[in-house]
Design a protein around this ligand. Structure first.
Ligand code: ASP
Length: 444
């Protein structure tokens, strides 16, 4: 039977009521055979995630301090869910073992991983599914890098006779048996690996939003949900700060051609966002606009360089970039003219080495003029349809011109998938709203 992998985030499993919604979703489709849970997340905005409480316990234990109070709160959260749902499971032995281990060897990754471990046990008991400890299958090398091939083999071997299973997210173990986690939000990565291993027809990632939005809802009121997005477009948008999914979650499914569907546990009837391969056939794709999404990010600076005859000076760009590389500053964009070049960099990274970079650049390239301009925001307008639609760039700039927004930098990627625009940070939100109006509202 073909199978679906379903991953549920922390807010989807924050309390007994959320567990009920999750179980209803799983039971509604027999193909939802492999479930990857996060640890219980926040129930309300001031609440604390179980993962954060576990980090706290570990920190206290590491300083030789008592962590009973914090540990008790963790126990109560799990026990509360268990008794509310009336599940026949007792985690006392697990709690005792975790406490003993934390006292003896307070290791951060081990501590944090227990949130998913315990939640996986509870969910498996509630669903009547088999529990597979992620430490037995998800494998890292001794430096903590995932060993995908070994992991896939282990999962395939382990599930040979398994009908349905819960595999906790976020952690695995090294070849030496030491528990290791991914970076924060890493249950997304586990889901993607499991989807690859079981050759899932789809990887459903259930969260608390109905998919990726065309623009940031804090900037545009009630923006549309993106119904289809390709992996490449997603990369472009998430690079600018539009994140719903852990960025390492893309690779294992992308390489296997498995689509990801972002869904909302609280609105299971919403179709969500489908993330599909770059060569997906979009012929039957309905409601897509000319652009797929708009993302923006503040906190950039540009180093503006002027030098007569710059373009005929061989190795000029290389010398500029060498100075940046020596100071560990990576560049985002580098548009150049005949006698000018402007390099966009992250302001926070530049700040500590600012003077050094300027001195070295003056020495290396002997410019006629050089200055740093701060307070720059970058805006990415992303869309696979831009390539075949003439006039898209004209419309973007018409929208900005009408709003009297000054464009400081323009960069169109060679794939024609995105246009990156530099504006003053003060203009960013208005720029996003105007572009949204120009493409989404006017194409409705
Ligand atoms: N529980 C972990 C975190 O809070 C991992 C996850 O939820 O994906 O980061």
């Amino acid at each position: 039977m073909s199978s679906k992998v379903v991953k549920f985030g922390g807010s989807s499993l924050a309390d007994a009521n959320q567990f009920r919604k999750v179980a209803a979703i799983i039971k509604a489709d027999k193909q939802r055979r492999f479930v990857v849970p996060s640890a219980p997340g926040k129930r309300f905005s001031d609440d604390v995630k179980i993962t954060d409480m576990l980090y706290k316990c570990c920190e206290l234990a590491g300083s030789g301090l008592n962590f009973d109070k914090e540990f008790e709160i963790i126990k109560q959260r799990y026990n509360g869910i268990i008794s509310d749902l009336d599940i026949k499971i007792d985690l006392d032995a697990e709690f005792a073992a975790i406490r003993t281990e934390l006292k003896a060897r307070p290791a951060k990754d081990f501590a944090a991983s227990r949130g998913e471990f315990l939640n996986g046990k509870v969910l498996a008991a509630y669903l009547g599914f088999e529990f597979i400890d992620a430490a037995d299958v998800i494998t890292f090398d001794t430096n903590g890098s995932l060993l995908l091939d070994i992991t896939v083999k282990k999962i395939r071997e382990r599930i040979k006779t398994v009908e349905c299973a819960v595999i906790p997210g976020f952690y695995g173990s090294t070849t030496e048996g030491i528990v290791k986690t991914f970076s924060r939000g890493g249950s997304d990565v586990t889901g993607s690996i499991v989807a690859n291993a079981v050759n899932a027809s789809i990887y459903e990632n259930w969260t608390d939003v109905s998919g990726f939005l065309v623009a940031d809802p804090r900037v545009v009121e009630n923006p549309d949900v993106i119904s289809f997005i390709t992996y490449k477009e997603l990369r472009e948008l998430s690079y600018m700060g539009a994140t719903v999914l852990h960025e390492d979650a893309i690779f294992p499914v992308r390489s296997a051609g498995i689509p990801i569907n972002i869904r909302n546990t609280n609105r299971p009837d919403d179709a969500g966002t489908m993330i599909v391969s770059d060569d997906h056939d979009f012929n039957d794709d309905t409601a897509t606009y000319t652009i797929t999404g708009i993302a923006g990010s503040k906190g950039f600076s540009t180093i503006n360089i002027e030098k007569a005859m710059m373009n005929s000076e061989t190795g000029f760009g290389m010398r500029v970039l060498k100075v940046l590389a020596e100071n560990n500053v990576s560049f985002e964009h580098m548009p150049s003219g005949i006698d000018t070049m402007s390099i966009t960099v992250d302001s926070a990274t530049l700040q500590p080495v600012r003077e050094k970079v300027m001195t070295q650049l003056r020495k290396e390239i002997n410019p006629d003029h050089i200055e740093i301009e701060d307070g720059i925001a970058l805006l990415a307008v992303v869309g696979r349809r831009m390539k075949n639609t003439r006039g898209t760039v004209a419309r973007i700039f018409a929208a900005l011109a009408h709003a009297r927004i000054n464009v400081k930098m323009i960069d169109q990627g060679s794939s024609e998938l995105n246009v990156i625009i530099g504006v003053s940070a003060n203009d960013l939100n208005e720029a996003i709203r105007r572009i949204y109006d120009m493409f989404i509202n006017s194409e409705k």
